[in-house]
Design a protein around this ligand. Sequence first.
Ligand SMILES: Nc1nc2c(c(=O)[nH]1)N[C@H]1C(S)=C(S)[C@@H](COP(=O)(O)OP(=O)(O)OC[C@H]3O[C@@H](n4cnc5c(=O)[nH]c(N)nc54)[C@H](O)[C@@H]3O)O[C@H]1N2
Ligand SMILES: Nc1nc2c(c(=O)[nH]1)N[C@H]1C(S)=C(S)[C@@H](COP(=O)(O)OP(=O)(O)OC[C@H]3O[C@@H](n4cnc5c(=O)[nH]c(N)nc54)[C@H](O)[C@@H]3O)O[C@H]1N2
Ligand code: SF4
Ligand SMILES: [Mo]
Length: 879
Amino acid sequence: MTAITESAICTTCPYCGVGCGVTARPDGAGGLEIRGDKAHPANEGRLCSKGSALGETVGLEDRLLAPQIGGQEASWDTALDLVASKFRAAIAEHGPDAVAFYVSGQLLTEDYYVANKLMKGFIGSGNIDTNSRLCMASSVAGHRRAFGTDTVPGLYEDFDQAEVIVLVGSNLAWCHPVLYQRIAAAKSARPDLRVVVVDPRRTATCDLADLHLAIAPGGDAALFNGLLAQIAATGAVNAAYVAAHVTGFPEALAAAQASDPALTGLSDADLAAFYRLWIGSEKVVTVYSQGINQSSSGTDKVNAILNCHLATGRIGRPGMGPFSVTGQPNAMGGREVGGLANMLACHLDIENADHRGAVQGFWQSPAMAPGPGLKAVDMFRAVEAGQIKALWVICTNPAVSMPEADRVRAAIAGCDFVVVSDLTAQTDTAQLADVVLPATGWGEKDGTVTNSERRISRQRAVLPPPGQARHDWQILCDFAARMGWGAWFDYANPAAIFREYAALSGVAGALGRDFDISDLATLSDADYAALAPFTWPQSARKRGGRFFAEGQFYTPDARARMLPIVPRLPQSALSPDTPFRLNTGRVRDHWHTMTRTVKSARLSQHMGEPYLEIHPRDAARLGLGPAVLAEVSNTHGTALLRVLESARVPQGSVFAPMHWTAQTASAGRVDALVPATVDPVSGQPESKAATVRIAPFKAAWYGFAVSVQDVTPRCDYWAKARSKAGWRIELAGRDRPEDWEAFALDLFGRAEAQAITMIDQARGLARVALLQEGRVVAALFVAPEPVAVSRGHVAALLGAPDQPALLAGRAGADRPDPGATICACFDVGVNTVLAAIANQGLASVEAIGVALRAGTNCGSCRPELAALLAQARSAEAAA
Ligand SMILES: Nc1nc2c(c(=O)[nH]1)N[C@H]1C(S)=C(S)[C@@H](COP(=O)(O)OP(=O)(O)OC[C@H]3O[C@@H](n4cnc5c(=O)[nH]c(N)nc54)[C@H](O)[C@@H]3O)O[C@H]1N2
Ligand SMILES: Nc1nc2c(c(=O)[nH]1)N[C@H]1C(S)=C(S)[C@@H](COP(=O)(O)OP(=O)(O)OC[C@H]3O[C@@H](n4cnc5c(=O)[nH]c(N)nc54)[C@H](O)[C@@H]3O)O[C@H]1N2
Ligand code: SF4
Ligand SMILES: [Mo]
């Protein structure tokens, strides 16, 4: 294993599935100095804003450093004895299906392998599912239906060679920024490269698009059915490929021809332009992500896309193919290792008795799961029904990220026994647990991950485990030993687990499966420590490269399947009571439930508050002024979100990010609104198509506060974000407190502080600054309208002895307000960029880079810089 040294260690970013290589060096102050690894083939030195800020997220302030039972610190022995006794009792009394693991695509392969082996081979139940059910399950199911295996055929190189790249339901600019930069670079080198974005919203990714198709939610299957019909009509079918390698073409075509293109909501001209582009170039890569997967017809959407690539034989050759991009750093590894309830390790099939027998023989296990276990939504339903008596949640936060999140939260709270392994006890899920176990996190643990192009890379430790934290695989092995299976879980290190896994993949390879890395089954510890990134397979049968150019699918007859697809629209119907479609997803600088990105002030300034993107005409119709709060609700729950008017969303549709939790906002959990409607094949929830009603939140007052210390306000609305010197907090309430000074002292918990208060009764304004030892420790600004003070200016004065400027609430002429952060790397604000465009006559993103450095490091903000240029140009034209 890699020792802690002063030299930089090569590892892999723990965020998205691009799987960028990073080099990390301890900075001596508890943080890390982070750079892109130029030698890593996934990114060749590039990083995005989140990857660049990794060093700011490894601090220990919120970390769990010892096990807890019922909120009280306990020893590892006591905690694990309790966990084992509860699991043993539940299994003895109610059978192995009375327990469950809910795990994560952010676990390392070695952690995942151990969890899967433990549940499926030793407890003897299929009840291990993963948050990948919410993420990749429809892609997995679509791949398996078409290819007989869950395999992404292509490589990232295909982006460099493609003539047309279609991005379907993927906001690549924000969610896979380094791939987006790669396409941007390809396009500037080869201006003929055409990019199409298919997304109901006009996202930052559209900055690169030659054609944006603002498709109706759920219209994708109709779009690709239309394409297939047009492929046939224009003679673009690759008859030789279809004849040799494909089954089901006539049925798929007949279904496509019968399908109604009107379901796409697109004009005939747009459809024709798309079909021309796609059919006109052989080298087409169709990239897809959550706009496809997270749908009640997600698997069909995937197969509608695969059908078009199979019909044209555009698969597995340079520059072409369908490309499902994975979300989490090890989403792909989890699929390989069998993390899903309906899979076995190494792409073996849990429903196949021979496969089960082979794995049981290899593991020498006492009790093999007889078949698939419960998928995520069903698993939490079983928890709710009391059928699951003991639940272990590892590396995921289902009280926030599962659909019907309020119901899931109640189910977890009501479960007999819940264990959570996490980095912190301050998550919505951990707060419901009986036992919380401290896990090591990124930078502290060793193992492997697989990225979107099947590339396996090492994550390496660069910091020591903090406190008593243990690695996830160790915790599971310690538990297994207490269950009596110590001999089978006696690994010295992650390398030993990896060797066993690689050997098992050889068994799978011998059974004719594609996931075979048996070359690595005898890797020494030193080789594992030095393992360079490689793409699978790696075995005597095949080494690296693409799949399926010559057919050879993993079906019984080695032919791919085209499927007849009948498009279905989202399951929740709009109604007079719930007339808006709620689309959900991600923002550029936050990661999921924010447990790590929340710690970086830079990353928290881009989008500091949970928001609702709504078309200006809808906002006007509902009486929602700029920046007021909206109450969004349906039968499942309610959220309070800041209104962000934007014509980027179509009328009738709204967008809200998934990131806010009960730790960061009073009512920002959007999954409280998402119904647990699932795709019938994959079991993946429809996370992007809830229906909701929207009404103005009747605020009697709005507030903005800054504080050097974390606070949890008690008022109807609040949301908080990290700033450089502390926290910034947005507030609002239905009733005005009598005394603002008393309110502020209570809010900030500083009865002893000196308060300087300015009240303007007539205008309903109040400003309170709290000083201690002559320095501003907190300040509150109140108004009957959304508070108009400059956030950046106020936050910057925290800790300074400068209360007059602070209470003025805006910067003087000598200190212009930079505005909301746009470039997180160099901390450049919107106002700074706009001023530079106006004053220095900047006319391109490159010119902004030269003048301000904005956009010159990770490049994640380049689409937004381009938007500011366009905004400045249109303002100029109007003037
Ligand atoms: N910054 C950031 N990056 C991330 C993550 C993060 O949390 N933050 N998470 C990672 C993970 S786990 C994942 S899975 C990926 C997700 O990556 P993406 O899938 O790119 O991200 P999302 O924002 O969830 O959704 C993508 C788009 O789908 C669109 N969409 C909604 N409905 C439809 C529809 O019916 N059809 C089509 N065609 N499009 C539709 C939405 O408008 C949205 O822009 O991101 C990864 N990268
Ligand atoms: N409405 C809506 N809901 C969605 C989505 C959406 O687009 N819309 N997207 C879905 C998708 S694609 C995904 S992937 C999920 C993501 O949802 P989650 O998996 O619930 O979100 P995370 O915040 O990534 O949770 C990871 C947890 O693991 C902890 N952790 C980090 N590293 C480690 C480690 O090494 N060991 C352990 N034990 N713990 C660790 C973190 O502190 C955090 O609490 O959300 C899904 N939910
Ligand atoms: S694109 Fe960004 S988040 Fe994704 S792996 Fe690379 S640096 Fe990490
Ligand atoms: Mo995901």
